[in-house]
Design a protein around this ligand. Sequence first.
Ligand code: HAM
Length: 475
Amino acid sequence: MPLKKEKPVPPKKIIKPVVEKVVEKKEKEKEKEEEEGGGKSSKTFELLRGFRDILPEEQGRWNLVRDTVRSIAESYSFDRIDLPILERSDLFQKTVGKATDIVEKEMYVFTDPSNRSVALRPEATASAARAYISHGMLDRPQPVKMWYVGPMFRHDRPQAGRYRQFYQAGFESFGVDEPIVDAQLIVLGAQIFRELGLDIKVEINSIGTPECRQAYLAELSSYFRPHRNKLSEDDKRRLQKNPLRILDSKEEATLELLQEAPQILDWLDDKSKEHFMKVLEFLEEVEIPYVLNPHLVRGLDYYTHTVFEFVLVQDEGDKSQSALGGGGRYDGLIQLLGGRPTPGCGFALGLERIVRALDAKGVNPPERSKPSVFFAQLGDAARRVGLKLFEEFRRAGVPVVEAFGKSALKGQLEAANKLGVQLTLILGQKEVLDGTIIIRDMESGAQEIMDVKKVVQIVKKKLHTDHPSDVPAVE
Ligand code: HAM
């Protein structure tokens, strides 16, 4: 199968109108103010830039994503690992790479009270590799397949879909160098998006081994050398320090030059080519469509061979961050960290971006199931019984809402109405003395008086007959 390479389309020249420039300048000034401690003088505390609260009303979408990730991880036999948020900073310098944007510009590094340089993890693959070595996982049956979810930190310029604290769910498979591992990881990722109903495309490339990359980089550097004066300062620096990174430059002039630049696929050695072809063949076998992107190199140094990204298929003109996840093979990583040579491959998903894509599609599941029963009380004696009754309902698996803080019946019934419950239980002083309770059907308004000792069973029966799916089968 020939490797079809897609030439990236150069962006249209954009001339910024004056108004836009002024807005941009104002935004930058505001940003600077905030970075320099804006909000210091105000009485309330502001969130740090690039950090956000995930509010209760967003948790339904988050739960959906987390539950989907977990169930797919389990069905592909990945074991969960939780890794620390703080690590020695040299772990990332060594693996992600000193000359990468992540380490050079974006890492939260500081000296801890023991005078050690530590970093808030910008990613978790390096930590997973460290854990693999330090827990002797090489002696376990290979591959060792682990998944994680948690916050990462990068001090990048915040924008839609890009935060300074963001959540990733990641999958790492250590110990097997077969191309089928790469392919199955891509299938796994694609399944997560399929289950979530998100339309993505898989972009894929191979960056071969460090050896064949060396020869390619020399060629790439000499291609760009005569054009140096057309490059931005950032790209000039990239060219000098980490020429591969120039391939994902967003600068117009560089993008134009990249059209004719040498492509890494032409520099792969036979083994790397064969590995890559097999990955593509496996993907075709399982009908996962992919796009070959010869400029995809990813922003971390530890990759070898296959690299890939899950890109959201979105409207033209939507400029927000569309890479919902990315990964690749990292056959040299374990050795780099002092372990025995061990291949590996993995990827991570950006959960904020996935949640955002679900939001854009109008997906908004409730955070928890809506309770069908409201408990209304009148007076302290009723509250005391109510407290116990609430526990009985909870143990029976029937969610009940209450408003113990409210005293007037009217207000409580209004609350019950607002919540749209099916039944309201009413307990006044008389009922407490009689050992009874009133059950009110909220739709018909009909009320019945019951023995309080039987109320849990009766409510369960009522809910079950009217809405069989409302009550969990807990006895
Ligand atoms: P990454 O491409 O740097 O790879 O990050 C993976 C995903 O995390 C991105 O595709 C994006 O969705 C999300 N992400 C990255 N930065 C931000 C940000 N500032 N705000 C919001 N979301 C963000 C890695 O981190 C590798 N460790 C992936 C990997 C695992 N490779 C092999 N195994």
